[in-house]
Structure formats: C-alpha cells, structure tokens
Write a protein that binds this ligand. Structure first.
Ligand code: SF4
Length: 442
C-alpha cells in the first residue's frame, strides 16, 4: 500500500450492515411501537427470520458477538423463551410468508437435536415457509455431530457456515480458539455425508501473530475442503466495546499496511482458486447464488453480511437480535435474563432501535449500493447537488484514487474496494454528528 494511504486505512468506519449503524440506535423504539410495525406488514409481505442463540461452550478472545458462556443448564429455559417470543411476534405479524431463515450466534449447534427441532416445529406452526426457503445455520466445527447434521438436513437447512478464522496453531492459540485442520475437515465430512453440501467458511485476517504466510496457508487448507463461499473478515480490535478482546496482545496485531497486504493476498489467491470477489469481503464460486446476485447487481446487505435473498422485513428473535422493518430498526434486550423476563411478562423484548426518516432511507440505499456494488448513481436520489456535503468529504479520497466521481456516479475502483467503508461513510449523516468508536476501515 502506498504509505500516504495508511492514514485512510487507519480511520474508523462502521461495517454498514445497517444504516444508521447500531451504536446510533436509541430508546425511541419500544415493544409497543414495534408491535404496530409488525401489524402493518400486509399479508403478501415477505419475511426473513433471524434466530440468535447467544451461548458458547468456550469464549474466543477475538469475538465481537453478543454471546455468553454456558455449561448448558440454562438452554432449556432459553428454548422455552424463544418459542414464547415467536408466539408474541407471530401473533402481532400481518404476514407469515418466510423466504429466509437464519440461525446465528453464538453457537447455534449448542442446541441439541431435540431443542433445535422444537424451535423449528414452532416456526413451522406459525409461518408459511417458501418452497425455495434459504435456510442457513452458523456452526462451530468443534461441535458438529452426525446426529445434528442429520437433524439440520431433515429440517431443510440448505447452507451451513463454519467459523474457521485461521488454521495455524500459533494464531489459534493467540485468539483463544484451537481447532486443528483435521477437526474442521471432519465437520465438513460429517455435514456432507448427511447431505448438507452448501458450505461457507469464515476466515479472518489481521489476527494477532498472523503473517501473510499464515493467511496463505489457511487459504490453501480451506480450499482443500471446497467451500462454496468464503467470508474474509478483518479482525476488529475494539477492546473498549468487547472486554474479552483485552486478552489479545495488541502488540502482536499486524499494522494497517500489513492488513492491507493480507487482504489483497487473500483476494489474489481466492481469485486464482476460482472464487469471485463480492463486495468488501465475500467470495463465492461462480455457480453460487451470491455470485450470481453480485453479477446481476442484486445483492443486499444486512446483519448477516451480503445476501442474495430479498425480503420486506427481517424479524429477529433472541437476545440482542435486530429486526428491520420499513419503519425502522428494533433491537432486543441484550442480556438473557432481562430478555426472558420481558417475554414472561408478555412484552416484545425491545430495548432500543431507530425510526427511519425519508433521509435515512435514501442515504441507507446509497450506502448499501456502495457496499454491494462499489458504485452508486446519485441521480435517482436527487443528484450530486443534494449531497454536496458528501461530495466535499469524498474529494480528498478522489484525489488519492480511492474513489472516482463521474457526474452523479460515485465508484470505488475494484483495486481499492478495501476502502469502500470510507466512501460509504461520506453519506452517513450520523457519523458526522457523533464521534462513535468503530473498527478501522481496513
Ligand atoms: S467466535 Fe463463535 S464460538 Fe467463539 S465466542 Fe464468538 S460466537 Fe462463540
């Protein structure tokens, strides 16, 4: 990377899985308002359901998710509360047409086959699932069993995403997550033997003690297992937000220059291996639905990252889950106990959110286009004169070659895609108003 670009790489920027980003949510949204939003959906509206399982058997020190350590005793109560929350939301909903179902966490495969099936049957009771339902689950490869794999396939799960991060022992030790290649290989084999062939791997760069050679080794090993998709996330060191990251040795983290080189090395290697580059940090085989959606400029971005499925609303269940409806965002209470108590009192367990204005809607659409397509045409949104403030912010980026401005078209060159969060941030009215700590742009 040119040394003069380093200050840009070190700038903090949201990941833009929502607009505004979650730190800007406030108490203006509560359960009563959210209930009205659910009821306002009409019977043809399509839904994505997100189920957040906020438990793990071990906590990894690099993790930024909302998750809690458990030995398992609290899981039966969690399952009961999850079903009660589904009852509350489904009773209020004006539509029950589901096109996407996603189990995230935490560790969804901490649920036993019986617990998973109980929740799934509850979903089947309340909702009409599309015949071509996109049904995905995030899995910890250390806890994949033949029984669970068969349960997922019987329930119609058609994509599993495995948390891999890095295959090198010294990096795994540095991030507090030890899972040798053979363990991941066995999990892949178990899932494929059960008939679940559509696999995504999550890899990371910018980890403590991780070099370019380590990342290259991880990619080579990952490729042997032939995942359909790979997400390559830059490790976000935000110890002021995630206390467990204080266990990470900040001195062992690669600098901005090396992070850039790692991400570019990975992109070159994955391209040579036949993966298409999607948005900021995803890769997919050409025959994968995500690659097809990217080629057709039909990608969406939400809390799961890039998705090929479109829906009118995302309904989240579980502690800290975020719902997105045409009127705005609603986020559940983050702690398990308080989330359960609200549900037991018969309340939708909403803690905060954001009511979307017309300006939010158009800025959000512009930001999503930049994040998905690396390009946006401001014409349909009123043209460049309406966004004079953003154009002013973009001018220095354009002078450095990080963006191109061509009339109403704003474009991030493919070679500069790592900087697309900075281009998106130029349109973020909230980022300008309040200094909020985010991860670095690269
Ligand atoms: S990385 Fe995954 S397994 Fe590790 S603490 Fe986070 S959610 Fe749990």
């Amino acid at each position: 990377m040119d040394p003069h670009l380093i200050p840009y790489a070190e700038r903090q920027a949201p990941r833009y899985t929502s607009y505004p980003s979650a730190p800007h949510f406030d108490a203006s949204v509560d359960g009563a308002l959210y209930s009205g939003w659910l009821g306002a959906l009409n019977e043809t509206s399509t839904l994505s359901l997100y189920l957040h399982v906020p438990f793990c058997r071990q906590l990894c020190s690099y993790c930024g998710c909302n998750t809690f350590l458990t030995r398992g005793r609290d899981i039966p109560d969690f399952v009961t509360s999850m079903m009660m929350e589904i009852d509350l939301a489904a009773s209020a909903l004006g539509s029950h047409n589901v096109v996407e179902l996603h189990w995230g966490g935490g560790t969804p495969n901490i649920l036993s086959s019986a617990e998973f099936s109980l929740i799934k049957r509850h979903i089947d009771f309340w909702f009409d699932l599309a015949p071509n339902l996109a049904h995905a689950i995030e899995l910890d490869p250390r806890y994949v069993t033949p029984e669970l794999a068969e349960t997922y396939v019987a329930a119609g799960v058609n994509r599993a995403s495995l948390g891999v991060q890095d295959f090198n022992a010294h990096v795994q030790t540095a991030i507090g997550r030890v899972q040798p290649f053979e363990q991941v290989r066995d999990a892949v084999r178990t899932l494929r033997c059960a008939g679940l062939d559509n696999l995504s791997f999550d890899l990371m760069y910018g980890l403590p003690s991780q070099s370019c050679a380590d990342l290259a080794n991880s990619i080579k090993l990952a490729a042997k297992l032939k995942p359909n998709r790979i997400s390559l996330f830059g490790y976000a060191h935000v110890p002021w937000f995630k206390r467990r990251q204080r266990l990470i040795d900040a001195d062992a983290l690669p600098g901005a220059d090396e992070r850039f080189e790692q991400a570019e090395l990975a992109r070159r290697m994955l391209g040579d291996l036949g993966y298409e580059s999607i948005g900021l940090d995803h890769f997919a085989r050409p025959d994968d639905a995500l690659a097809a959606a990217a080629r057709a400029h039909d990608l969406s971005r939400n809390f799961q990252g890039y998705v090929a499925t479109h829906s009118d609303a995302i309904i989240g269940f579980g502690p800290s889950a975020i719902s997105h409806l045409p009127q705005g965002y609603a986020q559940n209470i983050a702690t398990v106990g308080a989330w359960r108590r609200a549900i037991e009192f018969g309340h939708l367990p909403i803690q905060r959110g954001h009511v979307q204005s017309a300006d939010d809607a158009r800025r959000g659409a512009i930001i999503e286009a930049i994040m998905c397509d690396l390009e946006v045409d401001l014409g349909p949104w009123g043209g460049r004169t309406v966004f004079a403030d953003a154009l002013e912010t973009l001018a220095p980026l354009a002078a450095e070659g990080l963006v191109e401005i061509d009339g109403d078209i704003i474009r991030v060159p493919a070679t500069m895609r790592q900087f697309c969060r900075l281009a998106a941030m130029a349109f973020d009215a909230y980022a300008a108003k309040a200094a909020t700590n985010h991860s670095r742009a690269i």
